[in-house]
Each structure stands twice: as C-alpha cells, then as structure tokens.
Design a protein around this ligand. Sequence first.
Ligand code: TYM
Length: 336
Amino acid sequence: MCQTQGNVEKKKVLSCIQPSGMLTLGNYLGALKNWLNMQEEFDCTYAVADLHAITVRQEPAKLRAQINSTFALMLALGLDPEKSTLFIQSQVPEHAQLAWILSCYTQFGEMSRMTQFKDKSAKHSDNINVGLFAYPALMAADILLYKPDFVPVGADQKQHLEIARDIAIRFNHIYGDVFTVPDAYIPKTGARVMSLQDPSKKMSKSDENVNSWVAILDSKDDIIRKFKRAVTDSLGTVRYSEEQLGISNLIGIYSAVTGNSIEEIEKEFDGKGYGDFKLAVGEAVADELAPIKQRYDEIIADKGELERLYREGAVKAEKIARKTCFKAMKKVGFVL
Ligand code: TYM
C-alpha cells in the first residue's frame, strides 16, 4: 500500500526509538528532526521500539508510562498519523516473529562485533541476556518488514543498519527478492551529539549526570543552565577542531539547530567569549524545543486519544508487516 504523489510513488522511510527514559537533544538532532523533515516527501513509518527496551531491566509501570510518553512526543514533534504510520512495536507481533527467522540467518561472529553489545554488556554485567546479544536481528526485522529505502538514524546506529543490510542481502541471495536493502540517512550535523560534561562520550539519557544531557522536555531555564555549565577548554576561541571537543560539540549543536554552517558560526563568535557562545546555544536550543514541550503537555493529558491513535497505527503497520513476514515464512518453507 504505497502512497503516491501525483502518479510518482513516494520512497519509503522507517525508523524507531526506544522508550527508555527521557528523550534527549541527541535523539532529536540525530534522528527525530529528520523524521519530521522527511514526513512530507516520503511515505514514513515510525515506531516506539519497546521490545528493544527490555534488553535492560525495566520497571513495568515506568516502562508503560515511558512508552506513552514517547508516542506522545512523536505527535508533539509534528508527526501526523494521517501522513505517517505511527505505532508501538510490541503491538505488531510480526516484529518478534521475523526477528526469530532473521536470527537464524545471522552469524554469532558478526553479532559479537557489535559495539553497542560490547558497551551495554560492560555496563550491565549482571544481565548480559540473549536478547541484548540478538538485538540487531530484531532491529533488522523492524526495518525489513516495511521495505524502506531510507532509515534516518544517528551515527551510533550505523553499525546496526549495516548488519540489517547484510542480513537482507544474504536472505535475498538464498530466496530471491524478499527484502529491500535500505540506506542509512544520517544528518550532516547533529549525527553524534556528545555529553555536555564529557564531550568524548555520546549524549545519552542513561548518563547519571543530568547536566551531561538535555531532555527534549526540559524547561528553558534548565536548558540554559546546562549549556552554561557545559565543559569547554582554556583556549578561549570558538573553533571547530579536535583539540576543542567541547566547543566543537556546541558548534555542531548550534549548527544543527540554526542551519548555519560551521564557518558562519566561527565568524559570528569571533572575538567573543565562551559565556556569550554558550548562552546563544542554550537559547537557540530552548527556543527550538519550547513548542514541542507545549504541544506534548496537551497531548499527554488526553490518554484516550493517544490510545486511539496508537491502536490505529498498529493496525495500519501490521497490514504491511504481515505481508512481508508471510513472504519470508513461505520462502523458508513454513506451511501457511
Ligand atoms: P535509540 O532509542 O538509542 O535512539 C533513537 C535515535 O536517536 C539517535 N541518537 C543520537 N543521535 C545523535 N547523537 C546522540 N547522542 C544520539 N543518541 C541517540 C539514534 O541514533 C537513533 O536514531 N536501536 C535503536 C532503535 C531502533 C531502530 C530500529 C532504529 C530499533 N529498531 C529500526 C532504526 C530502525 C536505538 O536504540 O535508538
């Protein structure tokens, strides 16, 4: 069921986000902003990846609230259920079903190379579960079910996307043309937003130091305070360079939000102090996020409408997912 623009078929886009805690400025600049930008031109499918979230231990009531909150945030961003398919992953069982099939076409060795698995198993050494290891097969299923041309993600997901492509190519090689092999769509700026307290680390919602990350739903005061406290250096010049990781991160953020190039930003702040620069970045970010927060507060208050929308989205998504999943099942030899 492809949407058409005139009589030209729109290209397809798929992406997902985990509902694990507060969504950050990294999620926004690395992925969500592009999700919205792509909505008009492409036939887009976006999901809350709740199955992925239980690869680390979650408190059930909190997880439920976060799934609702993430879905509401997708709507608050401006994603429109009339234009895009928006749903919750666990409500479309074909994701888990295809993930099992794909895991049988994925080698232990290639899974072992995943850097996210290495990082997360170091961080959660008391719970290195099989789901955490097999996670990329589920992500491959999320993607391949919808036959997307593009997958908008931040740079940290590039390796997972590559394995999804490899699995699709391998499967197609054995069984013919079952899956579309998609391309990653990674933004030029904002693809890797770093921690404000340690710019050698990715900005992450699981970082215990709350000053290291900005939540999309933070208040203006909190956002500005966090940017004022951002770690810089003693060089005193606003320059994008490897010696100035903190400042370069702030330049990247400012560029992603304003659309100005790095050269323009260096020029704008030539001769100005870090205080002025950090305040400007904080204000630009707060102004960009304020309308999202305002819409979010309205949307999350209407739980009935939220539920109606995600149930409708799941029905729409499953129609497409079922077709691809059945095709794969038939190809491997199951009796349908
Ligand atoms: P997740 O939930 O960790 O992050 C969601 C999106 O945000 C991007 N992102 C960042 N971008 C730039 N800088 C950062 N600091 C930053 N932190 C996060 C991520 O790259 C991602 O695009 N496995 C995925 C979710 C997923 C998925 C999928 C994505 C499940 N199935 C299918 C695409 C297609 C994840 O954990 O993203």
